[in-house]
Design a protein around this ligand. Sequence first.
Ligand code: ATP
Ligand code: MG
Ligand code: MG
Length: 554
Amino acid sequence: SKEKGLDFIRTIIAKDNESGKHGGKVATRFPPEPNGYLHIGHAKSICLNFGIAGEHEKGTCNLRFDDTNPTKEDVEYVDSIMEDVRWMGFGWNELHYASDYFEQLYEFAVELIKAGKAYVCDLSPEEIRAYRGTLKEPGKNSPYRDRTPEENLDLFQRMRAGEFEDGSRVLRAKIDMAAPNLILRDPTLYRIRRAHHHRTGDKWLIYPMYDFTHCLSDAIEGITHSICTLEFENNRALYDWVLDNVSAPCHPQQIEFARLNLSHTVLSKRKLIQLVEKGLVNGWSDPRMPTISGLRRRGYPPEALRNFCDRIGVAKRDSMVDMALLEFCVREHLNEVAPRVMGVLNPLKVVITNYPEGESEELDCPLHPTDPSQGSRMLPFSGELYIEREDFMEDPPKKFFRLSPGKEVRLRYAYFITCQEVIKDENGEVVELRCTYDPATKGGDAPDGRKVKATLHWVSARHACTSEVRLYEHLFTQENPNDVEEGKDFTDYINPDSLKVLKDCKVEPSLANAGPGYQCQFERMGYFCVDSVDPDTGLVIFNRTVTLRDQWAK
Ligand code: ATP
Ligand code: MG
Ligand code: MG
């Protein structure tokens, strides 16, 4: 299997497939809890579960909402999750909600009670914790452990009927209070909770716990391989215990893999929701968020996310992946597909003194350097232009090859220009350059063979569209913001410069009608996408997706 390049999960599945263990079926599921938006870590799980299903002739993958915790869940999350999975490029075979199984789950619980394998316990949550013991010490049996099946059944029915207060009783599995694996020390299966559920409303007053729900939901759906992250490794024993002790239709195999950790961000809904609620970002889809919807809005293509998930692979040990790898995948894809256009982020006016007054011309410029199928656009050139302020220095150091007094440079696709005069305002700030152009260099080459050392991007002042551009940096200054010093919180590591808004950018006129989601490269400045268009003014707002090169490389 090593030769075939299969990861350890695909190797297990290939073997099961060969041995006919599950009748040649490969059935996976992606089981998010609808308590937040999906993030790039979920993308890894999506690619794995849907990817594996797609690699097998009879492969299927369900989308299942693991919605057993009514207080934290919401339909807004359900909708966003479906949108994100589709956008990632996947479709599910069946759509399920764990809450649809509440009645069946209740029946399985009754089965355990009747078999003497579950009991109603009246200990308080604190007492339950204290009775559980530690890794070094066995636990203590609950005084309610020996209730008869009849008494337990009666109490459980009355729990459902609403006769007892929230938190006053739970249903527990009767396993082993001395089990070395703490999870097996009579785990809670059901609790009483008067909370409105986003799908079942007020019908249920008792809710099943994750460990009881998940394995049975998998079995009900005929899942063959239940792939989850490493923190559930100890829960596997309970997963198997439940399935072995009720009349489950089948026994799926739980397989754990390492969750994705990405540098300079946090991948936990619990933490992401804090950023949203404290207003530290602009909602779940803020382009700085590691959520799938944030990355989408930032301009990250789904192909890049899938490629990233492929590259990081599937391992059994936790590790930290550098954000630079994700950005590399984004660049790699956009380099292939993004049209090249010109946009000046920080404009400096250039007047071409020998260009015919009031005239302009159109230059036919290709949209992509290696993909002629993208065609070209007509770019207006005139005697008043904008160049990037950073491309001029009045008093340049030796290695500065861009524009400075007396220097000649090339304007992309246009002409050579030479800076003749620098105009300043009363504060001494450069506000305009007076340049001459050489008409013989049209297209960008001099007939006499003279060379210039720099090519600048530019836009014609009269024809340019004013745009807003938003530049982003890491949301956190620290590589691992989860690693907090004493007395600090992960939000203390937020990068105050993660968003920079430029209000007076000048972009070429071909972009005047670009709509949300449109992606392009501003030559020399990076990859950008249209975030939105102001409905009143028509102002086009761009997000910088990623720079052209890694600025953070050490
Ligand atoms: P979070 O800690 O962000 O709340 P979760 O595991 O509670 O994540 P779920 O909605 O339960 O979120 O996750 C759905 C699936 O996605 C699960 O199978 C889970 O293991 C997987 N998943 C979640 N986070 C990651 C991650 N960082 N890397 C890989 N898989 C992940
Ligand atoms: Mg979970
Ligand atoms: Mg969680």
